[in-house]
Design a protein around this ligand. Structure first.
Ligand SMILES: NC(=O)c1ccc[n+]([C@@H]2O[C@H](COP(=O)([O-])OP(=O)(O)OC[C@H]3O[C@@H](n4cnc5c(N)ncnc54)[C@H](OP(=O)(O)O)[C@@H]3O)[C@@H](O)[C@H]2O)c1
Length: 318
């Protein structure tokens, strides 16, 4: 490894380890106002990626706080195992649906099914996501991280909003990543199906940046319908997804990674407290934070409307 790369790595860990790990969580939580125990009685939640890691922690926390929860992932066996970890009363508040969110067809079936049974949600957690090291195409020909991390959530969210799938005062939370700090907003970086230029971390960063931008777009477009859209990131949390995608990082940080419950603290806090919506922020550790850390990401390569038009065209095309 050359000195430049080594310095970059040292700089990266020195900059982010104090805040993103449980060290930051514990230190910051000392200053938080005490809250009553979470109580989401009477609410209906939809959580994507509910079978593992952060989504499972959210599904568990919501069901333990009396919400009725619909948990979604691609694997029914994993969903069943996640529900089985709950006590009987909380488990009775959870239903699950297996749907492959990497596929537009399967996401559409999920959406149609939810709408057909007259579901109206108070909370949607757009959480399912992954980081790939090797390029993977879906059977519909899309790059997988683009399809799962953002396109499926675009389809699900806009489909629910446009078809009366939310109750008044609903909340939508997009789970982005600190990885988005590495990419500007841009369409070209999304859905990169060219193996010669593919870089998994870059594709992930672009998809996660798009989630941040979509949050502003949805607040502008749907805010007057009484729905609030937030975007949060979980810091660095100990989940199967991190272990699989970043094995070296996992080994280095394992002992100080946040627990999944710590990772979703802000997502839950947003639903419990519903702070005033702010433009161009990402919520982390119960506070709105900047969406850019580096100058090279500050100039967007497209507008919010162009981004939304791109998703619409993409969905109309298949
Ligand atoms: N953990 C962290 O430190 C961290 C940091 C930044 C951002 N995030 C973000 O947090 C979210 C959750 O990540 P995690 O760390 O909890 O990862 P994880 O443990 O791998 O969980 C990912 C979830 O997404 C679901 N999923 C994956 N592919 C799917 C598909 N095709 N269709 C439907 N569901 C699918 C998985 O379910 P099945 O396998 O059952 O389908 C699983 O429930 C992601 O959006 C990730 O980018 C995590």
């Amino acid at each position: 490894m050359d000195t430049r790369t080594l310095l970059k790595i040292i700089n990266f860990y020195a900059r982010f380890t104090p805040n993103y790990t449980k060290i930051g969580y514990i230190a910051r939580s000392l200053g938080w106002r005490r809250m009553p125990p979470l109580d989401f009685s009477g609410q209906r939640w939809l959580v994507t990626g509910a079978s593992s890691g952060l989504g499972k922690a959210m599904m568990h926390a919501a069901a333990n706080a009396n919400a009725e929860v619909v948990g979604v992932s691609s694997n029914q066996g994993k969903l069943d195992a996640a529900v089985a970890e709950l006590n009987e009363a909380a488990a009775a508040r959870v239903t699950t649906i297996a749907a492959d969110l990497s596929l537009q067809s399967s996401t559409q079936v999920l959406l149609d099914r939810l709408l057909a049974r007259g579901e109206r949600f108070d909370v949607l957690q757009n959480n399912a996501g992954m980081l790939l090291n090797e390029m993977s195409l879906t059977s519909e020909g899309r790059e997988s991280t683009f399809a799962i991390n953002v396109l499926s959530h675009y389809l699900l969210t806009s489909g629910l909003v446009e078809n009366g799938g939310f109750n008044q005062d609903a909340v939508v939370v997009n789970m982005t990543s600190g990885g988005m700090y590495n990419a500007p907003l841009g369409i070209k970086g999304l859905n990169n199906t060219d193996e010669s230029t593919y870089n998994g971390k870059a594709s992930y960063a672009y998809s996660k940046r798009a989630q941040v931008a979509l949050t502003d777009y949805w607040n502008e477009r749907y805010g007057d319908r009484g729905i609030r859209f937030y975007v949060t990131h979980p810091g660095w949390s100990r989940t199967p997804g991190v272990q699989e995608a970043l094995p070296i990082f996992w080994k280095i940080q394992y002992l100080i990674l946040r627990t999944p419950r710590q990772g979703v603290d802000t997502a839950l806090w947003l639903c419990a407290t519903r702070p005033t919506v702010e433009e161009d922020v990402v919520w982390f550790d119960r506070k709105s934070r900047v969406t850019h850390m580096y100058d090279y990401t500050k100039k967007p390569q497209c507008t919010l409307q162009e981004l939304a038009d791109y998703f619409e065209t993409e969905l109309a095309g298949s």
